[in-house]
Ligand binder design. Structure first.
Ligand code: PAF
Length: 281
């Protein structure tokens, strides 16, 4: 497994990879969620490349860019248990040199949900992913379903900008109490981390409620809110039910496939989770 930090060096290494190349983009602080994507890439592709880059463009001023966990040594150790051809870990200066002025900005699926609290986020993600796709030139790229909106935005960009890349989603990997694996879980103290399982409990309740026949968006959201409010440490940012494909807010009654997603603060740590509920219209 090679650690590569510059673009020319990566291009040289890439020129020797003949076959399918699976790409797992990450910001490091790797956990079982990332590893499930690496495993998937190992199964599907001849070679696997992982990037580790904490992307400044997707953080707003006042967010956690400076404190985001940077754990390259342990990330490399973890990755050495898998079949990873190389890890691309560039510096910020490499990715954003002083005359950087070109951004990718998807304009439909990026609005709403996460954008309401983090308006800068998808432009930053879209730009770095386009750059990484151009550098890595993968045949396949793997993204977790925990970041459901991010996944859909990237699928749209690949389609709209004709990247010859197959996007492969990976299911959410959870801690024992249901908390979705995330590098930001490291910020939670022990008590918060155990209580944060409430996000998934609320989503499971919603799933049951819908399966049992409830269709009213208002009633469904009320139940999620009530469940989350039963946990005093949880502060709801948003609860949303959108059409699973268009990400447009469902009004009145739910029908078709819907994405139920939520963002909840524990202290100042913002956690997100979601569930897709599929049922015939
Ligand atoms: O999901 C993430 O970790 C990041 O948003 C990504 C896709 C690596 C882009 O920086």
């Amino acid at each position: 497994m090679n650690l590569i930090v510059t673009i020319p060096e990566f291009r040289d290494a890439r020129a020797n990879l003949f076959g399918t190349v699976g790409f797992v983009p990450t910001m490091g602080a790797l956990h079982r969620g990332h590893m499930s994507l690496v495993k998937k890439s190992n199964q599907l592709c001849d070679f696997t490349v992982v990037s580790v880059f904490v992307n400044p463009a997707q953080f707003a001023a006042g967010e956690d860019l400076s404190t985001y966990p940077r754990t390259l040594d342990s990330d490399l150790k973890l990755l050495s248990n898998y079949n990873v051809e190389c890890v691309f870990a560039p510096t910020s200066e490499t990715m954003y040199n002083t005359d950087f002025s070109t951004f990718v900005d998807e304009n439909s699926l990026s609005s709403g949900l996460e954008s309401l609290s983090r308006p800068h986020f998808f432009k930053g993600v879209s730009t770095i992913i386009a750059k990484l796709f151009n550098i890595i030139q993968p045949s396949h790229a793997f993204f977790g379903e925990k970041d459901a909106q991010q996944l859909r935005v990237i699928q749209r960009i690949v389609e709209n900008l004709n990247f010859p890349i197959q996007i492969i989603p990976g299911p959410v990997v959870r801690e024992e109490n249901g908390l979705a694996m995330s590098s930001r879980n490291e910020y939670l103290n022990k008590e918060e981390r155990s209580r944060a399982g409430i996000l998934y409990s609320a989503l499971l309740k919603t799933q049951k409620q819908i399966t049992d026949g409830e269709r009213s968006v208002k009633k469904i959201i009320d139940l999620v809110r009530k469940t989350l409010h039963s946990e005093p440490l949880a502060k709801v940012d948003y609860i949303s039910i959108v059409n699973d494909k268009t990400l447009i807010e469902v009004q009145g009654d739910v029908s078709g496939d819907v994405l139920v997603s939520l963002a909840v603060y524990f202290s100042d740590i913002r956690l997100i989770d979601n569930i897709t509920i599929r049922f015939p219209e």
